[in-house]
Design a protein around this ligand. Structure first.
Ligand code: AMP
Ligand code: GLY
Length: 424
């Protein structure tokens, strides 16, 4: 089978790595890919959001399956354009991808489906939003409605902080048009977990859970990022909780999307808070998490390509997934300054040594080769230094041994990935 994978981050390196191990695969292209992906697939110089060029390439090469990593091409209609061109695509239609593209839409669907979540209200006027915040008190959560690269959310500890966030998002437009509608939510308390389910429109197959670390600094301090590290499985996410999440969150959402005539096919990523009153939905995403995907792919024992095809073909009711009982951890190495401004072009060395650590696997995110063939950083999140182990502690030790083998003065990482589980 010929596959075109869309994207070029750490998630896509993990997907490319897993796809390249499939017995069904004959050729893998990745658009645009990165320096690590180039080691397992052929990179194609097409931007991940250039939907017409992606579809034209897939047709020209008679690709059997297009797999979409990031959300942006999906919200731009990649799956719809593939369907119109007679191509199979793993990922939801633009209408179903609204579950990620619009937080207000997600809230509507979740409410209709009876999904447990935070109390919320929606505003298009800053003054009304400020009045609501003053009435509710803190802590309280302020969110830009549209896509803001994961940075449109402020968990405000005080009313003043919430009011400032409202001003920045609605009046100063720090996230542009994404801030013209605002959501204000009850602040949920508990452990946060990312849960993934494969969906074929009708059937949802549980995959696995992972715990991400969104704040940039050790001890969960500093600004939110795309994710600084993850591990799987999170011990707090018990089989009983998984069953409850499938019954109360995933399946009702899938049924509601089908009822609306916009069935969801792809991977549904539920961002959950494990509260004292049970698991509650924070948000949906319509793709694998980054860096959660890296640890999921390390633990997946089934053929990924076969699973994605079953989701596309509506055959998940006859499919089962096997997972390793081992733990996996990914530590993200980012360019100094991230998630703020950072420099590009610094040289990275030592990846061969890192890869020799038993159980280790280095996934690339923002990397490229310069003219001399040196590996250079080209993004904010640059590497996902990962490892598996019999226990989380073993995986953690291996991942950090590999991190310490990387010679990259322009980079940094958190030193405490997995701390919640390791303290349990
Ligand atoms: P989101 O972009 O919706 O995932 O929000 C980013 C982060 O903000 C989440 O990963 C949570 O850590 C936090 N967050 C969002 N909504 C809430 C909420 N209602 N209660 C507590 N924390 C939240
Ligand atoms: N790591 C969180 C996300 O992919 O949205």
């Amino acid at each position: 089978m010929k596959v075109l994978l869309v994207g070029g981050g750490g998630r896509e390196h993990a997907l490319a790595w897993a796809l390249s191990g499939s017995g069904l695969l004959t050729k893998l292209w990745v658009a645009p890919g990165n320096a690590g992906i180039a080691e397992v697939a052929e990179c194609v110089a097409i931007g991940a959001e250039d939907v017409p060029a992606l579809v034209a390439f897939a047709r020209e090469r008679a690709v059997d399956l297009v797999v979409c990593g990031p959300e942006a091409p999906l919200t731009l209609g990649l799956a719809d354009a593939c369907a119109a061109a007679g191509l199979k695509c793993f990922g939801p239609s633009a209408a179903a991808a609204k579950l990620e593209g619009s937080k207000a839409f997600t809230r509507e669907v979740a409410t209709a489906a009876g999904v447990p979540g935070a109390e919320w209200a929606q505003f298009t006027e800053a003054e009304a939003a400020r009045a609501y915040v003053r009435a509710k008190g803190a802590p309280i959560v302020v969110k830009a409605d549209g896509l803001a690269a994961g940075k449109g959310v402020v968990v405000a500890a005080t009313v003043a902080e919430a009011e400032q966030a409202i001003t920045e998002i609605m009046e100063d437009k720090v996230h542009g048009a994404a801030g013209s509608t605002l959501l204000i939510e009850e602040c949920l308390m508990g452990q946060e977990v990312s849960f993934f389910a494969l969906c074929d429109g009708e059937t949802a197959l549980p995959m696995a859970a992972a715990q991400d670390h969104k704040r940039v600094g050790d001890g969960d301090t500093g600004p939110n990022t795309g994710g600084m590290g993850a591990y799987s499985p999170p011990p707090a996410f018990t089989p009983a909780i998984e069953a409850e999440v499938m019954d109360r969150i995933i399946r009702p959402t899938l049924a509601e999307m089908a009822r609306r005539g916009t069935p969801f096919r792809g991977v549904l990523f539920a961002g959950l808070m494990l509260t004292e009153a049970g698991p509650k939905l924070i948000e949906f995403n319509v793709r694998f998490g980054d860096p959660e995907c890296q640890v999921l792919m390390l633990r997946l024992q089934s053929d990924l390509l076969a699973a994605l095809l079953a989701a596309c073909d509506g055959e998940l009711d006859r499919f089962a997934l096997r997972w390793s009982a081992e733990a996996a951890m990914v530590v993200v190495m980012a360019a100094r300054g991230y998630p703020g401004a950072y420099a590009r072009g610094s040289v990275i060395e030592g990846l061969e040594q890192a890869a020799q650590v038993p159980g280790a696997q280095v996934f690339h995110a923002g990397t490229a080769r310069d003219e001399q063939g040196h590996l250079v950083a080209t993004g904010g999140r640059v590497l996902g230094v990962s490892a598996t182990g019999a226990t989380l502690r073993v995986a953690r030790d291996a991942a950090y041994t590999a991190v310490d083998a990387v010679r990259w003065p322009g980079g940094f990482c958190r030193r405490d990935i997995g701390w919640r589980a390791l303290e349990m």
